[in-house]
Ligand binder design. Structure first.
Ligand SMILES: *Cc1c(COP(=O)(O)O)cnc(C)c1O
Length: 495
């Protein structure tokens, strides 16, 4: 009933849609990175549910005119605000094929499941996980973290406790450890699984923004002395603020010593394993009990696609497979091919996310993706050099990966809080200029401009443009309204 009446006309319209999207990607530099939408545009999306359909062509026109120009801009090479991937035309086509196939990859006896297993096996190999490690594709690292921490929680408790409502009714007190720079998705996961964010001990960082191992040890000792069980240590393989990589090897050893679960947040940084000069800095990732990561950031796979890997596949499955469903699987027919992805995660019905990941890795090969990641890091170093060269700008944190935090400091005659306010205004100005899109974050108490180099399209000309846009914005808004002394230290937005 919903198929086209005229397949030829549909095909022609489909070609036009493809052409428009390919044109838009090919000529992306002709657009502003981002632009705010008028209220009139916003209002177009506040109508009633349409009773009658419109022509596909009209819908496409509406998309081109009112949606495409007003997206966040992460496909653009000038987008550096948050750790967002740029996507690729190849990934776009794979997404279309997946939608056409419309496979429900929750389970059953079908090859799309093998594609997902292939992707998981590649990652198992890349990160040096054992053969019995399991994995499942997720919407992103937030969901992957939730799955990992549920498994970790259940692993710490006996079966009866889990069956009776988990740790909420348990006498055992658990503690989790991560650096102050850990992503908010860890605290959220702890809260969602009923442990509460309070179990998370934020550990201070060293001058390179890595978790301070001595401070961590002191916190663990203090908890043990008061009868609290060290349950979870989270290492960051690339923090959102500065790109810092924790000493994963040391964290793995500490977790082993105190019997804690070792989880790695490798949302964007884990794939730096593909860059030969960065891979050694991820040593220890192979010892993780679980790893959460994204394909949609540095992997450039279109949104959304993340993954969790769990070392002990049995513990992972026991946390998510419902025993009755699991036991009803067959040897043959559509109900064969167990275990299924739904035995390893939250979703029963799931889309064919693995196809765009598979297309991306097959199409480019791991070496080219690794080279692209290296290039992003070289651009970050080049940006730091450019900032150093400008007397009015200052690098605010060590550039260890692909993120540069810097600040306009003019002639340094104003108090720090006024430069905080000024940098905040500068970031807004640059974003509104459409020339580049950095974001604002805080290093200690200082407001800084952050540029995350994640997009494979970004090049040296975009670095130059960011510097030019920053100086232009600073000079145009140097006259702050009097009375602007400080800006509230607002929580920065999540990635
Ligand atoms: C982006 C990010 C997350 C959250 O991942 P989503 O895919 O957005 O859910 C977690 N940790 C780090 C370090 C990130 O960069």
């Amino acid at each position: 009933m919903l198929d086209p009446e005229d397949w030829d006309a549909f095909r022609a319209q489909g070609h036009r849609m493809l052409d428009d999207m390919v044109d838009s990607l090919q000529h992306i530099r002709q657009r502003p990175v981002w632009q705010p939408a008028d209220e009139s545009v916003r209002q177009r999306f506040q109508g009633h549910l349409p009773a009658n359909g419109v022509k596909l062509q009209d819908l496409h026109d509406e998309f081109m005119q009112y949606i495409l120009p007003y997206a966040v801009g992460n496909t653009h090479p000038g987008f550096m605000g948050w750790v967002h991937g740029g996507g690729t035309p190849v990934g776009m086509l794979a997404e279309m094929l997946a939608a056409g196939l419309n496979a429900n990859v929750g389970g059953r006896n079908q090859i799309p499941l093998e594609v997902e297993r292939q992707v998981i096996a590649w990652m198992r190999e890349l990160f040096g996980f054992p053969a019995q490690a399991s994995g499942v594709l997720t919407s992103g690292t937030s969901a992957a973290t939730l799955i990992a921490l549920i498994t970790a929680r259940n692993a710490a408790l006996d079966e009866a406790t889990v069956a009776e409502g988990g740790v909420m009714n348990s006498a055992i007190q658990l503690a989790a450890y991560a650096s102050e720079e850990v992503h908010g998705c860890v605290g959220r996961a702890l809260s969602m699984i009923g442990l509460g964010e309070a179990v998370l001990r934020p550990v201070s960082c060293n001058h390179r923004h890595q978790i301070d191992l001595m401070a961590l040890q002191r916190q663990i000792d203090a908890d043990r002395a008061s009868g609290v069980t060290p349950w979870l240590i989270v290492g960051s393989a690339g923090t959102v603020n500065t790109g810092a990589i924790d000493d994963l090897d040391a964290l793995a050893a500490m977790a082993r010593t105190c019997g804690a679960w070792f989880h790695v947040d490798g949302a964007f940084g884990a794939l730096a394993m593909l860059a030969p000069e960065i891979a050694p800095r991820l040593r220890g990732i192979q010892s993780a009990d679980s790893l959460a990561m994204d394909f949609h950031k540095w992997g450039q796979v279109p949104y959304d696609a993340g993954m969790v890997l769990v070392r002990d596949g049995d513990k992972h499955r026991q946390s998510f497979a419902t025993a009755d469903a699991y036991l009803q699987r067959e040897e043959e027919g559509l109900a064969a091919n167990s275990p299924w992805p739904c035995d390893y995660g939250i979703d029963l019905s799931r889309g064919f996310r693995a196809l765009k990941v598979w297309f991306t890795f097959k199409s480019f090969g791991s070496e080219k993706i690794g080279a692209m990641i290296s290039h992003c890091c070289q651009l970050a170093q080049a940006l730091a050099v450019r900032v150093d060269r400008e007397v009015e700008l200052e690098v605010m944190a060590e550039v260890s990966l692909n993120i540069v935090c810097f600040r306009y400091c003019g002639d340094r005659s104003l108090p720090d809080v006024q430069y905080d306010a000024l940098n905040r205004v500068i970031v807004r100005h640059i974003q509104l200029s459409g020339m580049a899109a950095p974001s604002l974050t805080y290093i200690g108490d200082r407001a800084v401009i952050r540029a995350a180099l994640v997009n494979h399209r970004t090049d040296m000309q975009d670095i130059d443009r960011l510097i030019a846009a920053t100086l232009a914005a600073a000079h145009s808004c140097h006259q702050l309204p009097t009375g602007v002394k400080s800006e509230p230290n607002v929580e920065t937005e999540r990635e």
